[in-house]
Design a protein around this ligand. Structure first.
Ligand code: 5GP
Length: 219
């Protein structure tokens, strides 16, 4: 029996751009972190920001922290794939890392707001899969922001006020996950990733695989 020419696990496919947005405190960062731990084929796009570093954050891992002048220079040299002002600070996605990952057929995760999601959807339509995480209630959102206790009262108040505006963009996303239970929300996000990886239109390598199947002669 002649074996199929391509192993089913090696069927070439284009990289996925997985965009996750939510209002602050809806659990997006925890879901993103768990996803990265569970899925070695996924890497995160590390953004640049002009926001000050929180005590728990590490330069180059959570963000690249920049001055406004440095951020302006990145914009001027077209080094950002998208950028936005969020809660009074600037955030942007470095272009090089994304283009490299996509060129190598690797999947990337983007923890960005609705403005960034819109820009990526416009620029890379076929590659973007977007998920919006909703809190189970506004009261729960507020208490999660307080529990995090890494931001001042003033910052928490701004984030809460902005969360309504963020939620209003829910219709622009492919999938909506309500995070009332972290494990369940995480499983839903994993299922979305698994299903999206199997999409026919994302797997040019299927032609070769199916041709191999059809020319195989088991007799
Ligand atoms: P935080 O200050 O809590 O880390 O992030 C605030 C918001 O900015 C979050 O909604 C986060 O998803 C968003 N954000 C982080 N990086 C980027 C980015 O590169 N681009 C855009 N558009 N939003 C970002």
């Amino acid at each position: 029996m002649k074996p199929a020419t391509v192993s089913p696990t090696k069927i070439a496919r284009r990289g996925l751009m997985l965009v996750i947005s939510s209002p602050s405190g809806a659990g997006k960062s925890t879901i993103a972190r768990n996803l990265l731990e569970a899925d070695p084929d996924l890497s995160i796009s590390v953004s640049v920001t002009t926001r000050s570093r929180r005590p728990s954050e590490i330069e180059g891992r959570h963000y690249f922290f920049k001055t406004i002048r440095e951020f302006e220079a990145l914009k001027a040299t077209d080094s950002l794939l998208e950028w936005a002002e969020v809660h009074g600070n600037f955030y942007g996605t470095p272009r090089d890392a994304v283009e490299k990952a996509m060129g190598e057929g690797r999947d990337m995760l983007f923890d960005i707001d609705w403005q960034g999601a819109q820009q990526l959807q416009e620029k890379m339509a076929g590659d973007v899969v977007s998920i919006f995480i909703l809190p189970p209630s506004m009261a729960e959102l507020q208490s999660r922001l307080h529990r995090r206790a890494e931001d001042s009262e003033e910052v928490i108040a701004t984030r809460l006020a902005n969360s309504r505006a963020e939620i209003e963009h829910w219709r622009e996303y492919d999938y909506i996950v309500v995070n009332d239970d972290l494990d369940r929300a995480f499983s839903s996000v994993r299922a979305i990733v698994e299903a999206e990886r199997l999409r026919r239109d994302r797997r040019p390598g299927l032609f070769e695989f199916v041709n191999g199947l059809l020319t195989e002669n088991p007799l």
